[in-house]
Design a binder for this molecule. Structure first.
Ligand SMILES: Cc1cc2nc3c(=O)[nH]c(=O)nc-3n(C[C@H](O)[C@H](O)[C@H](O)COP(=O)(O)O)c2cc1C
Length: 221
């Protein structure tokens, strides 16, 4: 296990969305993924429900089939983004940073089949079932019962020299992905797809962030 010697603050500040710096040539040991999943399971869940499942995909043919749908999902994302920009009638606030991010997102879409491990966190239950789909408390409770776990996974991966990125593009074709992976679609909701690989280099800078007092309110909105 090659832990970076990062302080907790450094670990949180430098666990970034890694795409172009994923090492597509170096296999990732399953034992490391298991360690990260074990740490993920320290996260809180509502009423200790621990309603999670983590599907780890390494098989080349399955990744190739997933990639096809991921790329189609990326096209949906691009279309929605273009429509949103038209509605706002203007370019993004920081066009050069935005262009860099979009190039990086497109690179990942092109190379996703080559990433050594694709992690698909799932929740038991369908969050779009008519009984619960408009119940905001239920939705918040269920998503919050897996997102902290996945973030733990991503922090643990970074601490072991690996990089990852939260992605949702494949969810536009969740049913097709379920078929590829034999996920019981009517009983299980996929939440994300996390590519995981060793990183090319280990120096990651904190992202430019707003000062806390710009978004923080105390005692009243
Ligand atoms: C809910 C969510 C969905 C995302 N979906 C995608 C995605 O489909 N593809 C992708 O490349 N990045 C995706 N991202 C990553 C964001 O684009 C990323 O957080 C942003 O580029 C900022 O990068 P940073 O994490 O390094 O600050 C997603 C992030 C979140 C939180």
């Amino acid at each position: 296990m090659s832990l970076h010697h990062l302080t907790p603050d450094q670990l949180m500040a430098t666990t970034r969305s890694v795409r172009k710096r994923l090492d597509l040539t170096k296999p990732v040991e399953m034992s490391l993924i298991e360690e990260c999943v074990q740490l993920a399971m320290q996260a809180p869940t509502s009423s200790i429900g621990q309603n999670w499942q983590f599907l780890v995909v390494c098989d080349a043919e399955k990744k190739r089939r997933i990639a096809k749908w991921y790329r189609k999902g990326h096209e949906v994302f691009l279309q929605r983004r273009a429509n949103a920009q038209k509605d706002r009638q203007g370019p993004p606030a920081n066009p050069s940073a935005d262009a860099r991010t979009q190039t990086s997102i497109a690179y990942l879409a092109d190379s996703i089949q080559d990433v050594p491990v694709l992690l698909i966190p799932c929740l038991r239950g369908r969050l779009n079932h008519p009984d619960v789909s408009s119940d905001l408390v239920y939705q918040a409770t269920m998503y919050a019962s897996i997102i902290p776990a996945v973030w733990n996974f991503m922090l643990a991966a970074r601490a072991r020299g690996m990089g990852s990125c939260w992605t949702t593009s494949h969810l536009h074709y969740e049913r097709e992905i379920a078929d590829i992976l034999n996920i019981p679609y009517h009983e299980v909701t996929q939440v994300a797809l996390i590519p995981v690989a060793y990183t090319l280099g280990s120096d990651f800078k904190p992202a430019p962030a707003q000062p806390a007092d710009a978004i923080m309110r105390v005692d009243s909105w």
